[in-house]
Design a protein around this ligand. Sequence first.
Ligand code: GDP
Ligand code: MG
Length: 428
Amino acid sequence: MGLFDRLFGVEKKEPAEEEVEETVASEAAEADGAEMASEPELPTEEKTESEGLMESQLEEVSEAASEEMTSEVEKVTADTLPDYYVQMRAQLDAASRKVEEEQFQEALEEVRKRRETETEKYNRSLQKTRSGFLESLNAFFANFRTVDEEFFEELEELLITSDVGVQVATQLTEDLRQEARLENAKKPEDLRRVIIEKLVDIYDKDGHYEEEINFQEGLTVMLFVGVNGVGKTTSIGKLAYRYKEEGRKVMLVAADTFRAGAVAQLVEWGNRVDVPVVTGPEKSDPASVVYDGLERAQAEGVDVLLIDTAGRLQNKDNLMAELEKIGRIIQRVVPDAPHENLLALDASTGQNALVQAKEFSKITPVTGIVLTKIDGTARGGVVLAIRQELDIPVKLIGFGEKLDDIGDFKSEQFMRSLLDGVFVSDID
Ligand code: GDP
Ligand code: MG
């Protein structure tokens, strides 16, 4: 089944991934002749409910405990114990209440943290892009009564301003011209579905997505490159947290020795997420810091080594020379590394991100893209331009500045969130 059908198939709204599993399971059960026990609940609701339950249970337990302690204190006070003991008892109770309160707060924090599912993260981060695109599309359709040459020209412009890239825009418009001719298209609104279908088809390309991180059995080395300010260091910090949470042994290497403060920034992330950071003396040779990092990672049985590099040197030649040297040093210690050479791109820079990707590809073999700051921009359409115009898959996506605001990039989820509600006016 093509991507468009998976997104908008016969029933328009396809079930979410988790639901698919449920459906498959229940279909299998039906096939076995077994009765369906009950209507499967939506996983998100289930989660929210159980989280709510957990919260209120925690609150109850905490309240009950403190009430019990208060009455204990009163009982003891009523007894004939010397004042000294009464005071001690009261102090002890206060201390244990404090500990309990802290534990309670920690547990609550955990619950809150888990509240945003991956789907919600995509939906939230793509809100600006989605509403921007929908608004333009609706305004466009409101503006045209006939399908004429102006219609196609305006459509092409709309697509270009939606950051999907010139190639996608021209290909889509050209395909649509053909189609409209063949089908004798009547009203512009009839073409809405065709436009979205084409957009999805162009994105789907050959249907191959190599979005997974190339994890190794032993040590996985991930090198991060990209211009200043795109979010390399922040992404490394967030990934360190995530991989550690997944039970991997993580280590960071501060090879951005060019910019004052860059090392300190990574060290701070290391402290925050409790992961070791390999550093060198100020202004030291980045390649030698990388060498130390690799040796230490091997000696300590590290699973994932994340290397931060400088985004800007005096000029492009210097940057290329430095990245080449880092590459050589890495291979001297681990011949098949780096396993990922990830280019960080700031989504809010739109087509400029594409230019950066083309430039970096000339100086280093980029294996994947970390697309950051999608949460703060309406230019998320750039993902379509990247897929169409570059031969580099997006592998990671930055959803914001919080510790857990990074995720594996999933094209299908991305498109689902991007195009959510695009056919609502059909139903009206
Ligand atoms: P570097 O120079 O490439 O290492 O960039 P930094 O990691 O220092 O990030 C630059 C700024 O972008 C910081 O203020 C980050 O908090 C911010 N940033 C990075 N990733 C994201 C993201 O996914 N969303 C948002 N909203 N901000 C981000
Ligand atoms: Mg940095």
